[in-house]
Design a protein around this ligand. Structure first.
Ligand SMILES: [Zn+2]
Length: 344
């Protein structure tokens, strides 16, 4: 009971803080984890460990600073980057889970331990399996890419949503297929999302180094939040959040969000790949831009379950946000955007 209460109690007892919340947990006998303030991670993945290439890839904190400079004549770029992915060069890399089963088990264990609910994207059958394994912690996302899901129409998406198969259309990764947010090929999907009140999370911004050479059409230039502007005008009732906050073109994201006060952004992968100083600067700039009520926390955990705790530890420790701003970022803003208060 107190699980539903985690959301509700938090809402109704706003101001009473963790003490009352802990009391709730004790009264209703929920696990000790509930003593931690609830967190919503709006950017998680439920995948196979082989979904991102060959096994053995590791992730560093401050990952981008370890990207090796490549000589395009003397080296095969994708080979060099592949080797780097297995040995990224930091002292304390985050290992990938050993198997698909371990990935689900380890991810769900940390969600429970840290009192996190996550919007999870992935193959529908994988998301459904994870949701079944931990219904209290999984909000079902619906992954979408115009190339990979070429046979899924906008009507299909609307029908899936109405059937309850998913709750959030995310992660939309059209940028990897050469389509910007304003691509005419996606317009029918925006229209379906607006008509059916489907929240949408779209990848805008950072991709792994070398992605433009994968042959999928991925382009950095399409990672521009301002490309959403005409879409927001054409579909004024869309509920959309910018995944990765348009990293690293934050100025463009802030310009859009200042003009469109219903647009949110989330910080998937930023905690992990940016330098700590750069990430904290992002948070401060978002606050300075007046966006403290519309930035949401996301990890973009893919195959490295350790990313979840390392990311949350970093946010909990930073002084770039006040305690109140942190609660908004980690929880309240997502509750508002996804209307989790409306849940029965
Ligand atoms: Zn993404």
């Amino acid at each position: 009971m107190c699980r539903m209460g985690e959301i509700d109690m938090k809402h109704h007892l706003k101001g009473l803080g963790a003490a009352a919340f802990g009391l709730c947990a004790a009264m209703f006998g929920t696990q000790a984890a509930a003593a931690q303030d609830p967190v919503i991670d709006v950017h998680l993945h439920a995948e196979s460990v082989s979904a991102y290439g060959p096994p053995g890839q590791k992730m560093c904190m401050e990952h981008l600073k370890y990207v090796p400079p490549v000589d395009p004549v003397k080296e095969n770029m994708l080979q060099t980057l592949g080797a780097w992915n297995r040995n990224p060069g930091c002292a304390d890399p985050i290992p990938a889970a050993a198997s698909d089963e371990a990935l689900m088990r380890e991810t769900i264990a940390v969600l429970k331990k840290r009192n996190i609910r996550g919007v999870v994207s992935g193959p529908p059958e994988t998301v459904a399996a994870w949701k079944q394994a931990a219904p209290d912690h999984i909000i079902a996302g619906r992954q979408f890419n115009l190339a990979r899901e070429a046979d899924i129409s906008a009507d299909d998406i609307a029908a899936e949503f109405k059937s309850g198969a998913f709750e959030v259309l995310a992660e939309v990764t059209n940028q990897y297929a050469g389509h910007g947010p304003n691509s005419p090929a996606f317009d029918a999907y925006w229209a379906a999302a607006e008509a059916n009140d489907i929240p949408v999370g779209i990848h805008i911004g950072g991709m792994p180094p070398g992605a433009a050479y994968w042959g999928t059409g991925a382009r950095a230039a399409l990672g521009d939040a301002l490309l959403l502007e005409e879409i927001l005008i054409r579909h004024p009732k869309l509920r959309v959040y910018i995944m990765h906050a348009g990293m690293p073109q934050f100025e463009r994201t802030f310009a859009l969000m200042q003009q469109f006060p219903h647009v949110y952004a989330e910080t998937g992968v930023m905690q992990t790949v940016m330098t700590r100083g750069g990430y904290e600067e992002f948070l401060r700039r978002a606050i300075d831009a007046g966006l403290g009520k519309r930035i949401m926390y996301g990890t973009d955990q893919m195959i490295w379950p350790g990313m979840i705790s390392r990311s949350l530890d970093l946010v909990e420790a930073t002084d770039a946000l006040t305690p109140e701003q942190k609660r908004d970022f980690l929880y309240n803003n997502a509750v508002r955007f996804f209307r989790l208060d409306d849940e029965e």
